[in-house]
Ligand binder design. Structure first.
Ligand SMILES: *[C@@H]1O[C@H](CO)[C@@H](O)[C@H](O)[C@H]1NC(C)=O
Ligand SMILES: *[C@@H]1O[C@H](CO)[C@@H](O)[C@H](O)[C@H]1NC(C)=O
Ligand SMILES: *[C@@H]1O[C@H](CO)[C@@H](O)[C@H](O)[C@H]1NC(C)=O
Ligand SMILES: *[C@@H]1O[C@H](CO)[C@@H](O)[C@H](O)[C@H]1NC(C)=O
Ligand SMILES: *[C@@H]1O[C@H](CO)[C@@H](O)[C@H](O)[C@H]1NC(C)=O
Ligand SMILES: *[C@@H]1O[C@H](CO)[C@@H](O)[C@H](O)[C@H]1NC(C)=O
Ligand SMILES: *[C@@H]1O[C@H](CO)[C@@H](O)[C@H](O)[C@H]1NC(C)=O
Ligand SMILES: *[C@@H]1O[C@H](CO)[C@@H](O)[C@H](O)[C@H]1NC(C)=O
Ligand SMILES: *[C@@H]1O[C@H](CO)[C@@H](O)[C@H](O)[C@H]1NC(C)=O
Ligand SMILES: *[C@@H]1O[C@H](CO)[C@@H](O)[C@H](O)[C@H]1NC(C)=O
Length: 398
């Protein structure tokens, strides 16, 4: 069909010719060969789902079809190397690609709108030929591909974004403005750099195994945000003011600096654990309210939360480092009931543990300062505590 005919078709249809610009099938049309695909070339809009048969060996290009009102599915097609649709701009349902071992070409140059992208087990897919880029999608779930980037997918908003086990993925950069349900990145290339320059709010986000994470515009989360096992050295969210749920930084072994200068409230808990290189926790100058528990453990020597006004859950800080000064300060907050739940703050701990663990001092028996049941500060080693620390603890100066 010539390019001209493509544009003339709707006019012909309107004029009442037998030549249909829109085709409708109930259920799914299954393509076994390129011939079957070519047979759909007269359908500008195809209402119904299209599947590629498991035994298909031909490269498939669905010509001329601009919209599928239904799903486009290829499941377990072990011998197909190329799938495309030269004119397709919209799939109103799901775009499912699953277990296609030799697929290396995915050619959808006009595709912009898909309800759900669900791709899994495409071990030879290294890039997308999505020239126009998908800019609208509800769900994006991409796992076990060899994609090096997500070039071709650039959504402005998404409900669910799950990108996992793509071990060559080196870059995830999207213009994403909001995530209305959840975003999870995990077990991709551990060197993957993640950048969401326009992201303003998300319901929930979880980052694992990333190498850098940039969210300069992020202002709020309805739910939680967690960072687990990343190789990030720093994390900054300069515009983040509110987290409706919890905030967690766990086992990010290269993390040295967390900076959330505008964060004022956390609707859930606040966990900082096992970030081996994190020595100073001072990046939360405005944090006032923690509705859940505060639970920090690690190797740090200072914790500053200068605006803290209300911690409703338990409070646990344990570190291998000397926390004399920091704990004296938190003790005054405990005494004045800013900290309402059970309270532990202890430095020079041999194996700093999470909430509920009992801190054991380093065997050298260095500084130990404990809070007795009455909430007073028992000073076991005034030499290590330091005079200024004791005075500050007594008078609540810090
Ligand atoms: C894939 O297809 C092969 C052969 O057609 C079949 O043996 C296998 O069970 C299928 N796997 C799945 C997950 O459907
Ligand atoms: C991520 O960014 C860093 C710093 O720019 C760079 O050294 C690294 O190679 C990037 N990672 C990948 C997988 O390209
Ligand atoms: C989500 O982000 C997109 C793109 O930035 C924007 O057009 C849209 O208004 C946002 N929706 C909400 C509810 O914030
Ligand atoms: C941060 O928030 C302010 C005030 O809402 C806004 O003017 C500014 O553009 C935001 N910065 C970024 C990088 O989005
Ligand atoms: C999540 O937060 C955003 C930004 O504050 C808001 O527009 C949206 O309505 C919230 N969503 C829910 C379900 O609360
Ligand atoms: C929300 O995020 C938190 C922190 O990353 C995570 O533990 C939780 O599983 C997430 N929930 C959903 C539904 O993704
Ligand atoms: C990803 O990080 C987790 C910790 O959250 C770790 O257990 C896992 O081994 C890492 N996986 C990869 C592929 O790096
Ligand atoms: C952490 O980074 C912020 C800015 O990103 C900087 O202002 C602050 O001084 C750094 N803190 C430490 C302890 O390096
Ligand atoms: C921190 O590491 C210790 C020792 O490896 C482990 O027992 C503990 O569960 C870890 N904490 C978290 C919150 O992952
Ligand atoms: C403290 O640092 C040591 C040595 O770097 C490391 O083995 C240990 O796991 C760290 N502890 C925590 C709780 O991060």
């Amino acid at each position: 069909m010539s390019p001209l005919a493509r544009f003339v078709l709707p006019a012909l249809a309107a004029a009442g010719t037998a030549f249909a610009a829109s085709c409708s099938v109930s259920g799914t049309s299954t393509l076994q060969s390129q011939g079957d695909a070519t047979a759909l070339a007269s359908c500008k809009t195809f209402s119904g789902s299209i599947a590629i048969a498991t035994g298909t060996t031909d490269a498939i290009n669905l010509p001329n079809v601009q919209e599928i009102d239904g799903d486009f599915v290829a499941n377990n097609v072990s011998l197909i190397t190329s799938i495309g649709a030269d004119s397709l701009s919209t799939i109103t349902g799901k775009f499912i690609l699953n277990e296609i071992q030799v697929l290396s070409t995915l050619n959808f140059p006009r595709l912009t709108t898909v309800n759900d992208i669900e791709w899994n087990a495409l071990p030879n897919l290294q890039q997308l030929t999505f020239t126009s880029s998908v800019t609208k999608a509800g769900t994006i779930n991409i796992q076990n591909t060899e994609l090096g980037s997500l070039d071709g997918i650039n959504v402005q908003s998404v409900d669910t974004f799950y990108i996992a086990n793509n071990r060559y993925l080196s870059d995830i950069t999207l213009q994403l403005g909001n995530v209305s349900t959840s975003l999870i990145l995990e077990a991709n290339n551990p060197s993957v750099n993640v950048s969401f320059p326009n992201l303003i709010w998300a319901y929930n986000m979880t980052f694992r195994n990333c190498s850098s994470i940039s969210v300069p515009s992020l202002a709020s989360l309805n739910g939680s945000m967690g960072f687990y096992g990343n190789d990030i050295q720093t994390f900054a969210a300069p515009n983040l003011t509110d987290v409706g749920g919890s905030l967690s930084f766990v086992s990010n072994t290269q993390l040295t600096n967390i900076s959330l200068p505008l964060l004022t409230s956390l609707g859930g808990g606040f966990q900082i654990a096992n970030n081996t290189e994190l020595k100073i926790i001072d990046g939360f100058p405005k944090l006032k309210t923690i509705v859940g528990a505060l639970d920090f453990n690690g190797n740090f020597t200072d914790v500053q939360l200068p605006s803290l006004g209300d911690v409703r859950g338990a409070f646990n800080i344990q570190s291998s480092g000397d926390l004399t000064k920091a704990c004296a300060n938190f003790q005054t907050l405990k005494s004045s009931s800013v900290i309402k739940g059970s309270y532990v703050c202890q430095g020079s701990v041999a194996k700093p543990g999470g909430a509920g663990t009992t801190p054991t001092p380093t065997s050298s028996g260095a500084a130990t300062s404990k809070t007795g049941a009455a909430g007073r500060l028992d000073v076991s080693s005034s030499a290590v505590m330091g005079v200024s620390g004791i005075l500050a603890a007594m008078f609540g100066l810090l």
